[in-house]
Design a protein around this ligand. Structure first.
Ligand code: AHR
Length: 504
C-alpha cells in the first residue's frame, strides 16, 4: 500500500536568527566507567593501538564526528577521584576501589594521557574537579598542574612527568551532579553553592582565562529542581560562566510515538533553567547572562537491568552498554534540533558518552569498532550544523501521546553556513505511518538547489547495529526538490533527514 501524505509548511529566512552556534554544542563525554577508557579509547594490546596505547580505529571515528570538546574524567566517578593517582610513572600508580561504579580503577590513564588523546582526536578537554570528597585545594593544584607554565611545585611536577608545555585546559566543571543522593560526597544546595563559589574563586585566581560550569540538577525530575539552580547560582553567579543540565531519555513503556516526543521535555527543561538563571540575574541586578552547558544528554535505559547483575570490583566491565535502536537515533536527531533551537543560551552540550558507555561508538576488546544507530544524526549535525541557527516558522499537524499533547509531526532545526553559502535543514518526521510533505518557503535564499538529501529510515523501529552488521545506516536517495524557488521536503514516515541546499 502506498504511504499516505501529511502536509506541513515552513518559512526559513536569513533574518530569523537564533544565534551563532558555539561548536562546543557538539561535545561529548568520556568517564572512567565501564569500557569507555579501558577497551574503548585505550587498549595497548590491540592491533590498532598506537605508541601510546590509544586505539587508532576509535580515534578515526571520533575524528569523523568532529567532536570539539570532551568532558573528563566523570561523571559520578570524579566525586571520589584523586587526580594525583593518575599522573607520574604508570607502574607506580595505585589501584583503587572506584566507589561510584564499584569497579577497580588502575589509573593507567590520567590527566596527561587524556590530554594526549584529546590532541590526537582534535578535541579540547573539559575537565571536572572533585567537589565530593575533596575541594578547593585539590582543584587549584590540578589546575596549576595542568595550566601553569613552569617554576612552581605542581607545574614542575608536570614537567618532571614529561609534559614540558601546559595543557591549557579552558573549560572546567565544578563537580558533578552534587544534588544526587547517589553522589559520593553529595551536598545540599547551600553546601554546594558555598564550596563551588570558594573553589571557583581560587581557580580563577590561578588562571583567570578559564571558564567554569556550576552544577545544575542531575535531571529535571529531581525534587529540588529548579530551586537547586536558584540557590546554587545565588552563590556561584559571579564566577561561573555556565550552569550544567543533565538528562537521559527512556522508552521503558515501549511507546514509540510517546518516546519520539521526549525532545519536548528537553525543550521545557532548557527553558526552565534559562528562566531560573535570568531570575537570579535580575535578583542580583547583574549585567552578566549565564549560559547553559547541557553536558550529559542521550538515550539511556537499555542496559539498566543487565547492569544490576554485574559483579563488583572488576576492572573495566561492560557497564552501561546500551545497544541503540533506529527509534533511539530518531529521538537523538530531535534532541539535537532542540539544542540548536536553544543555541542562544546552550553554548556547550555533551552527548554522554562517546565510546562503549551509552555511546555512538562501540568496540570489542581486541576486536572491531562499529557505529551505533545514534552515530548518524550526531555525525551529520556536528559536521554540517555549523554557522548560524535560524528559527523557522513551522506549521505542522500534531498528535497527542501518553505524556504529551500537541506534538508536531515535523520537528526541525535549520542552520545557515554563510562561509559555505549553504543552508541545512535537519528534519524529523515523527509520523509513524505517513510521509510528511513540507512546503518550505526559503525566500531569502535565492537560487539555492538541493545538493544532498540524507535519510535515516528503517522498517523496524527496533533495528540495531552490531559488530559487522550495521542494519541502520543513512541513504542518499532523499526525494526533496525545489519548485518555483520553494523547497519541497519529502520526509519518509518515522525518519530523520538532512537536506543540504547550496547556492547555484
Ligand atoms: O553518564 C553516566 C552517569 O550519568 C554519569 O556518571 C553521571 O554524571 C550521570 O548520572
Amino acid at each position: 500500500m502506498a504511504e499516505q501524505l501529511t502536509n506541513a509548511t515552513m518559512i526559513v529566512d536569513k533574518d530569523f536568527k537564533v544565534s551563532e552556534i558555539d561548536p562546543r554544542i557538539y561535545g561529548s563525554f568520556i568517564e572512567h566507567l565501564g569500557r569507555a577508557v579501558y577497551g574503548g579509547i585505550y587498549e595497548p594490546d590491540h592491533p590498532e593501538a598506537d605508541e601510546h596505547g590509544f586505539r587508532k580505529d576509535v580515534l578515526d571515528l571520533v575524528k569523523e564526528l568532529q567532536v570539539p570538546i570532551v568532558r573528563y574524567p566523570g561523571g559520578n566517578m570524579v566525586s571520589a577521584y584523586n587526580w594525583e593517582d593518575g599522573v607520574g610513572p604508570k607502574e607506580e600508580r595505585p589501584k583503587r576501589l572506584e566507589l561510584a561504579w564499584r569497579t577497580i580503577e588502575n589509573n593507567q590513564v590520567g590527566t596527561n594521557e587524556f590530554a594526549d588523546w584529546a590532541k590526537k582526536a582534535g578535541t579540547d578537554v573539559m575537565m571536572a574537579v572533585n567537589l565530593g570528597t575533596r575541594g578547593i585545594d585539590a582543584a587549584r593544584n590540578l589546575l596549576e598542574y595542568a595550566n601553569y607554565p613552569a617554576g612552581t611545585y605542581y607545574s614542575d611536577l608536570r614537567r618532571r612527568h614529561g609534559y614540558e608545555q601546559p595543557h591549557n585546559i579552558k573549560t572546567w566543571c565544578l563537580g558533578n551532579e552534587m544534588d544526587g543522593p547517589w553522589q559520593i560526597g553529595g551536598k545540599t544546595a547551600e553546601e554546594y553553592g558555598r564550596l563551588a563559589y570558594e573553589t571557583a574563586k581560587a581557580m580563577k585566581l590561578v588562571d583567570p582565562d578559564i571558564e567554569l560550569v556550576s552544577c545544575g540538577s542531575s535531571n529535571s525530575d529531581m525534587p529540588t529542581f529548579p530551586q537547586w539552580e536558584a540557590t546554587t547560582l545565588e552563590h556561584t553567579y559571579e564566577y561561573a560562566d555556565y550552569v550544567s543540565l543533565h538528562q537521559y531519555y527512556t522508552n521503558y513503556e515501549n511507546d514509540t510515538a510517546n518516546f519520539l516526543a521526549r525532545s519536548m521535555e528537553m525543550d521545557h527543561f532548557i527553558s526552565t533553567v534559562v528562566s531560573t538563571c535570568d531570575y537570579i540575574k535580575a535578583k542580583k541586578r547583574s549585567s552578566k547572562t549565564m549560559n547553559l552547558s547541557f553536558d550529559e544528554w542521550n538515550v539511556w535505559f537499555h542496559s539498566t537491568k543487565a547492569d544490576q547483575h554485574i559483579e563488583p570490583w572488576q576492572t573495566a566491565p561492560p557497564q552501561l552498554e546500551d545497544v541503540y535502536t533506529f527509534e533511539d537515533a530518531v529521538l537523538v536527531g530531535s534532541l539535537l534540533h532542540t539544542l540548536l533551537k536553544h543555541s542562544d543560551r546552550v553554548k556547550i552540550a555533551c552527548m554522554a558518552q562517546l565510546v562503549n558507555v551509552i555511546a555512538p561508538i562501540m568496540t570489542d576488546n581486541g576486536g572491531r569498532v562499529w557505529k551505533q544507530t545514534i552515530f548518524y544524526p550526531y555525525y551529520y549535525t556536528s559536521v554540517y550544523g555549523r554557522g548560524t541557527a535560524l528559527n523557522p516558522v513551522v506549521n505542522s499537524p500534531k498528535y497527542d501521546s501518553k505524556d504529551f499533547t500537541d506534538v508536531p509531526y515535523l520537528d526541525t532545526s535549520v542552520v545557515y553556513n554563510e562561509d559555505k553559502d549553504e543552508l541545512v535543514v535537519f528534519a524529523t518526521n515523527r509520523h509513524l505511518e505517513n510521509t510528511l510533505k513540507v512546503d518550505c518557503d526559503i525566500r531569502s535564499f535565492e537560487d539555492f538547489y538541493v545538493k544532498e538529501h540524507v535519510v535515516l529510515e528503517h522498517e523496524d523501529p527496533k533495528a540495531v547495529n552490531t559488530a559487522g552488521q550495521e542494519k541502520v545506516t543513512p541513504h542518499y536517495n532523499g526525494q526533496s526538490y525545489m519548485e518555483s524557488g520553494r523547497l519541497q521536503g519529502i520526509l519518509p514516515k518515522m525518519s530523520w533527514n538532512m537536506i543540504r541546499l547550496q547556492k547555484q
